[in-house]
Design a protein around this ligand. Structure first.
Ligand SMILES: Cc1cc2nc3c(=O)[nH]c(=O)nc-3n(C[C@H](O)[C@H](O)[C@H](O)COP(=O)(O)OP(=O)(O)OC[C@H]3O[C@@H](n4cnc5c(N)ncnc54)[C@H](O)[C@@H]3O)c2cc1C
Length: 324
């Protein structure tokens, strides 16, 4: 019996969301009196794999097959199923990111395992195996009891801490039988955005809405983000209008983010927007309308014109950080 954690990587570097998943999985393993095994697919640095012991993994299965370098979800599901079988995994953990959202449901169907997608709690095993998730765009919580023998949980990034320890994991090569015919799609081109902090992993996000009037004014958002070391995001109409790329749009139909600090500039705070950001630890709202609904969800609010407030805030941050 074990707990298996799917740890995804990009360019050989294990993602932060995966480190959170390993830390979470190690806690669940301790809860169940067993050990945590991480599964890594594609090329990865062996020292970095062994260092996953710092986060609580006792073993790392490394499927280094070159064909696994690009994510192919059906093949990844097959590899995860083989790993779950080999390790006799009773609980399988995924980060609830793009990879996890694509693979966990497929694995759930394959293993006939109950799945809680987007968990925000550790399992409560005092009476069953109950995991909490938020539902109805963050307006309510559901406590879900997984009753199947095998259980799958995908955890919302930026919700659980990354453990800090000094363990070393045993790294084992893992070579399940996969055929070329298993690959149903082929990635022909990848365009990587360089130099940007991935939104779902960002600790701080500065986000702009229609109150900024047009794309030519985005400099004030970017300057503040730059000073804070933050990622930038936007409301949906801003992306729909082509002011910002769609991968920056947060909300019900965009990304769900949970940064430590979310700064909303010129965003009204419609329920569909809040659905993607209301898990943020601290929300700061800058809006010239004191009646803007976003203020109800804010920890701190500044009523004022973004074009006056934001540059002053940026200057204050720079001064505080000695960046001038
Ligand atoms: C099915 C569905 C799904 C949706 N999904 C999403 C989603 O995922 N994400 C999302 O964001 N929206 C989504 N929407 C749209 C959502 O309902 C709102 O229309 C949208 O969030 C509003 O964007 P906004 O706040 O940028 O613009 P607005 O509602 O136009 O608000 C602009 C705000 O800027 C303020 N403002 C104006 N000038 C200034 C100034 N100079 N300084 C400071 N403040 C200023 C105004 O007071 C106002 O509050 C969805 C809608 C539907 C129907």
């Amino acid at each position: 019996m074990s707990v298996l954690i799917f740890a995804d990587q990009a360019e050989g570097k294990i993602k932060k969301a995966a480190l959170e998943a390993i830390s979470y999985g190690a806690k669940v393993a301790a809860q169940l009196g067993t050990t945590a095994t991480a599964l890594v697919l594609g090329a990865a640095d062996q020292a970095e794999l062994a260092a996953l012991g710092n986060y609580g993994a006792t073993k790392v299965l490394h499927a280094a097959d070159a064909r696994l370098h690009e994510v192919e979800t059906t093949v990844y599901t097959k590899v995860a199923a083989a790993a779950a079988e080999q390790e006799n995994a009773v609980v399988i953990i995924f980060p609830h990111n793009f990879d996890g959202k694509a693979i966990a449901p497929r694995l759930s169907a394959r293993l006939k395992a109950g799945l809680v997608a987007g968990a925000i709690s550790y399992p409560d095993t005092s009476n069953g195996f109950v995991v909490k998730k938020s539902v109805f765009s963050g307006k309510a919580f559901a406590n879900v009891n997984i009753t199947s023998e095998k259980k799958i949980i995908s955890i919302i990034p930026n919700t659980f801490p990354v453990a800090t320890g000094n363990g070393t994991a045993a790294v084992e090569a893992f070579s399940p039988a996969i055929n070329d015919a298993d690959f149903k799609v082929k990635v022909v081109q990848t365009n990587t955005l360089s130099g940007e902090i991935p939104l779902t992993e960002a600790e701080i996000i500065v986000s702009g809405g229609r109150g900024l009037k047009g794309p030519e004014n985005w400099g004030i958002v970017e300057n503040l983000a730059h000073a804070l070391g933050a990622a930038t995001a936007s409301s949906r109409p801003v992306a729909d209008a082509g002011w910002r790329p769609h991968h920056e749009h947060v909300g019900q139909t965009g990304l769900t983010v949970r940064p430590n600090l979310y700064i909303a500039i010129g965003i009204s705070g419609a329920i569909q927007h809040l659905a993607g950001v209301n898990g943020s630890k601290v929300i700061v709202v800058i809006n010239k309308d004191p009646e803007a609904p976003f203020f109800k969800a804010a920890d701190y609010g500044i009523v004022g014109d973004a074009f006056e407030v934001v540059p002053k805030l940026t200057e204050a941050v720079k001064k505080y950080k000695g960046l001038n």
